[in-house]
Write a protein that binds this ligand. Structure first.
Ligand code: 6R9
Length: 635
């Protein structure tokens, strides 16, 4: 029992040692004591990072929704599972109890079944942060359908790519969404996407904004009348431990987005166990994670992790700036939030505003503050610690990825002493390694290298949907017998980890991962553009912003540059979404290339960051003269 909730540093070290000396025995005990199973596993773990193939709790049978809902009903039936805080503070917040959530999930599951959705089918969910979003995930899980949530800020093009990649037969969406003063036509985006998606048979539509929308006969249906008629109970589909639970897309450095596949049992055990410890959740706490369920943070730490622990999890529909910059602090005061989990980009944006927005609110309920998505800089860390935590709430800087399913390197609050900019120590069961350029492991402390993980943990993604080769090439081919994260990190004198950032062509802008290749592809489709290259440069709110170097075709040369910039950003908005827009666009006559034709992004990165004192060796370039021209005209 004691291993489930770690309360002292010594206990952490002791449990950590146990978890790496005998991982099977360790995870078996956690799985056995804290979850409900329809059948016990035959084997705790089998793995091979070469194939790669990873299986946890093989042979076990379960349904994750029985762990997140049914088992709580006798003791927590009237406890609030979800608090819904709407965009408009004048609209009343909604408290959904475990019993009500169970009923809503069952009704939606029955509607899915009525529309022919079966175990293993893929359902695309494109919804704003309203309760139906969480219900839709769980309804899929109830019947064994695989959900694929697409963040509702993505464009129709990005949506259709994802729908087609995983052959979704159904889309669940809403008429629209509220974001601050804006109302967004989500259904219009879906309609446009579906022009490219012949495989979609049904579209279920939640009414949220009440705006006039087009409904295609035979395909589109309002969800509410169907839910009203549906039966309020639904027998859970019994799943194998390794049956896929969901697909979630993440950007790669090249090509199409990667549909990371997470399976049932290991993901459940790991997200529940990390949630309990990383947030030190106790029974009557109110927990709030500000992420969108369209990202992994929302999947693991708004829905599955909290609900598996019988927690109260808050879902916020709005934005931090509406009706004013005090909204987050207002929500914390209103619902007496105990654990607050957000992103550095939000902290930096709010730290720029008048401190009065913070000071007029009572934040004394807070016990734990969390950070995720990108490195948190020292200034933001101190602002968060001083003004929100009042130096009284430890900050957990949690490093992890879509691929890892759950938190990997993090302090445990009130257990691990925190240090600004450090994610500190590996979580229980996690075995990090730092590698040098020669693929040798850097042993000991005070070393810096590429961050890998040496041993499987229960929530590691099992494959990329439809492309196992890409899964192997991306994560398991750089270093033998290791999972490669794509991040760099250092280990300091006491063994604390600091994540130094991506070492590949993924750029993290406001906590969103963006691959350079899809953005460049989108720019290159503009009729006036011949070629382009994107790099990141430091930005005081977004962490990184995008800088584009663009070569025009002859036909583009005579065009007005400002108009071209607008058109390029418009094109990116349509292809990917507004999050991928460029902050700066410089028109150039060439790009620095190696003799093999590769763009030397290292040089462009330095120019974009205005750090040209040491450009390194440019003599191997095919066209070294271009560097001076680009530098002279840098923005
Ligand atoms: C959970 C999530 C993953 C990438 C990851 C890294 C960066 C996330 C971080 C962090 C420094 C932290 N990242 N947390 N960098 N410190 N605490 O964000 O998943 O969207 O897949 O992003 O985000 O670069 O590799 P995902």
């Amino acid at each position: 029992m004691s291993n489930y909730h770690i309360k002292h540093l010594e206990e952490y070290f002791q449990v950590y040692r146990k978890s790496v000396r005998n991982p099977e025995a360790f995870w078996e005990e956690i799985a056995e004591e804290h979850f409900v199973w329809r059948k016990r596993w035959d084997n705790v773990l089998s793995w091979d990072f070469k194939k790669p193939e990873i299986k946890w709790f093989e042979g076990a049978k379960l349904n994750i929704t029985e762990n997140c809902l049914d088992r709580h009903l006798p003791t927590r039936g009237t406890k609030t599972a979800i608090i819904f805080e709407p965009n408009n503070p004048k609209e009343e917040a909604i408290h959904i109890t475990y019993r009500q959530l169970h009923e809503r999930v069952c009704r939606m599951a029955n509607v899915l079944l009525d529309h022919g959705v079966k175990k293993g089918d893929r359902v695309c969910i494109y919804l704003p942060m309203i309760p139906e979003l969480a219900v839709a995930l769980l309804a899929c899980a109830r019947i064994g359908a695989i959900h694929s949530v697409v963040f509702a800020g993505f464009s129709s093009n990005a949506l259709s790519t994802r729908i087609n990649d995983s052959d979704c037969k159904m889309v669940i969406t809403s008429d629209g969404s509220f974001r601050g003063t804006k109302s967004i036509d989500l259904k219009g985006i879906v309609d446009k996407a579906l022009e490219e998606c012949p495989g979609v048979e049904n579209v279920l539509v939640v009414k949220r904004t009440g705006s006039e929308i087009y409904m295609e006969a035979g395909r589109d249906k309002w969800l509410q009348p169907l839910l009203d008629e549906a039966y309020a109970d639904c027998v859970a589909e019994i799943m194998d431990a390794e049956d896929p639970l969901f697909i979630l897309y993440t950007s790669g450095s090249t090509g199409t987005p990667k549909g990371m596949v997470h399976t049932t049992a290991g993901y459940m055990v790991y997200t529940a166990y990390t949630f309990k410890n990383v947030f030190q959740y106790t029974e009557n706490d109110v927990y709030w994670c500000t992420a969108d369920i369209g990202w992994i943070t929302g999947h693991s730490y708004i829905v599955y992790g909290p609900l598996a622990n019988g927690a109260t999890t808050l879902m916020f529909e709005g934005v931090p700036s509406y009706p004013d910059f005090g909204r987050f602090w207002d929500v914390i005061q209103k619902h007496k939030v105990n654990q607050f989990y957000t992103a550095p980009t939000a902290i930096r944006a709010l730290a720029k505003e008048n401190l009065e927005y913070v000071e007029k609110h009572d934040l004394s309920s807070l016990k734990v503050l969390g950070s995720v998505g990108e490195p948190i800089n020292e200034e933001a860390w101190h602002w968060y610690n001083n003004n929100i935590g009042k130096k009284n709430s430890p900050i957990v800087d949690t490093w992890w990825q879509t691929e890892t399913g759950g938190i990997m390197i993090t302090p445990i609050p009130y257990v691990t002493p925190t240090a600004p900019t450090y994610a500190t120590l590996p979580f229980i069961g996690i075995q990090p390694a730092l590698m040098d350029e020669n693929a040798k492991e850097l042993k000991g402390n005070q070393v810096e290298g590429r961050l890998c993980i040496k041993f499987p943990w229960p929530a590691i993604a099992r494959t990329i949907w439809g492309n196992h080769d890409r899964y192997r090439d991306t994560y398991f081919s750089a270093y033998e017998n290791m999972y490669f994260t794509g991040d760099g990190a250092l280990r300091d004198a006491v063994g604390y980890y600091r994540i130094t950032g991506r070492v590949d062509d993924v750029i993290i802008v406001s906590g969103h991962n963006l691959g350079t290749a899809p953005i460049e592809d989108s720019i290159n489709e503009h009729p006036a553009v011949a070629e382009s290259a994107i790099v990141g440069f430091p930005h005081d709110v977004k962490g990184n912003a995008l800088y584009g170097f663009v070569i025009l075709k002859e036909t583009g040369e005579s065009r007005d540059r400002e108009n071209l910039r607008k058109e390029i950003n418009q094109q990116i908005t349509e292809h990917i979404g507004p999050i991928a827009k460029l902050d700066k666009i410089q028109f150039v006559s060439g790009l620095p290339k190696t003799r093999s034709g590769k763009i030397m992004r290292r040089i462009l990165r330095k120019i974009a960051s205005n750090d040209t004192s040491n450009l390194g060796d440019t003599s191997t370039l095919l066209n070294p003269e271009i560097v001076q021209e680009i530098m002279d005209n840098a923005l």
